[in-house]
Design a protein around this ligand. Structure first.
Ligand code: MTE
Length: 334
């Protein structure tokens, strides 16, 4: 699906692609005129050409099949460099594997992501326990380069691969009673040291939720890959949510259950600390976290001595979602 995004999100490909990647793509086009045809290259070859610094990975067969018809750069982040793959995959939050930023990269390899099933239940016409492949089969892949702003004050720019959440919801036919969508992460203590730990604040499973109109907004996305390859485990393989206008904790990883509900779901961070983390969690530089300012963010990578600090934007710069919140007091409904 090609979505017409307003100016806030629009830009040219050359604004955002790291120069070597951009130039290598141009060279490819000049050489054979087949980059447009690059779309017709076998999955692995196309992926190598786009992100030469990224180790190719063995994805499931359905992933490679879809990759060849991906709509690349369906959306980009204006004038902003993509975060290097090594930062996006080694500075993570995934508490099921530990609370240090390096824990997910070192521990999440143990997560078995195949086979994978997703329960769809609640207010839907087509409830069931679906093989991931069956859920994904009707979807076309898009690449979307989104800013990711964590509530902790750091941010990245990540090229995701996947499809709109709205497309999956349409497939399972929400009933007229559905008002919210609730998501749940897998709980596998034997594969997840953070879940086994007796010190965790989290009452597993990790749960997140959206209002149905937020969930069906064209920007809300389900990712199965990033940087032209299958999603690494530490980033939420095999299926994660990406809601770019909200703080990163809404973007729940390794989803095993999607429920359409009448009532607003109780979500993990709002349950742990309701004064600090709300259900909405919209990025907002004017509403500070009780313990720190949200006016600015550290765009990664940066160093201790030269942090790359930039102003934070309302809705993380995705102005097109503002209409979802008209009439709401964003200070009290944070
Ligand atoms: N999902 C689960 N299941 N568990 C988590 O701990 N952390 C969240 C979110 N999704 C988290 C999660 C937070 S706080 C952030 S900032 C993002 O994942 C980080 O995504 P990344 O590691 O891919 O950058």
């Amino acid at each position: 699906m090609l979505i017409q995004f307003p100016a806030a999100s629009a830009s040219r490909e050359s604004d955002v692609t790291p120069e070597p990647v951009y130039l290598s793509r141009r060279a490819l086009m000049a050489a054979g005129g087949t980059l447009a045809a690059g779309l017709a290259l076998p999955g692995r070859a196309a992926e190598g050409a786009r992100y030469p610094d990224v180790e190719p990975a063995n994805g499931p067969a359905w992933f490679d099949e879809k990759l060849s018809s991906t709509q690349w750069q369906a959306m980009v982040a204006q004038g902003e460099a993509t975060t290097p793959f090594s930062d996006a995959t080694h500075y993570n939050n995934f508490y099921e594997f530990g609370t240090d930023k390096g824990d997910p990269a070192s521990q999440a390899g143990s997560l078995q992501t195949e086979p994978w099933q997703v329960v769809v239940d609640g207010e839907v016409g087509k409830p069931g326990t679906y093989d991931l492949e069956a859920l994904i089969k009707p979807q076309g892949f898009e690449e979307r380069i989104y800013r990711l702003r964590c509530v902790e004050g750091w941010s990245m720019v990540i090229p995701w691969l996947g499809f709109p959440l709205a497309a999956l919801l349409k497939q399972v036919e929400p009933t007229g009673q559905a008002r919210f969508v609730r998501f749940e992460t897998r709980v596998a203590p034997e594969q997840m040291p953070g879940v086994r730990s007796g010190f965790s604040l989290v009452n597993w499973p990790y749960v997140e939720g959206l209002r149905l109109d937020e969930a069906t907004h064209p920007l809300a996305f389900l990712a199965v890959g990033m940087y032209g390859r299958v999603l690494p485990n530490q980033n939420g393989a095999p299926l994660r949510l990406v809601v770019p206008w909200k703080y990163g904790f809404k973007s729940i990883k390794s989803i095993v259950r999607i429920s359409l509900t009448r009532e607003q779901p109780k979500t993990t961070w709002e349950t742990i600390a309701p004064e600090e983390y709300g259900f909405y969690a919209n990025v907002n530089p004017q509403v500070d976290h009780p313990r720190w300012s949200q006016a600015r963010e550290r765009r990664l990578p940066g160093s201790l001595f030269r942090p790359n600090v930039i102003p934070t934007r309302l809705f993380n710069g995705y102005d097109e979602v503002a209409g979802l919140y008209s009439g709401m007091d964003l200070r009290t409904q944070y």
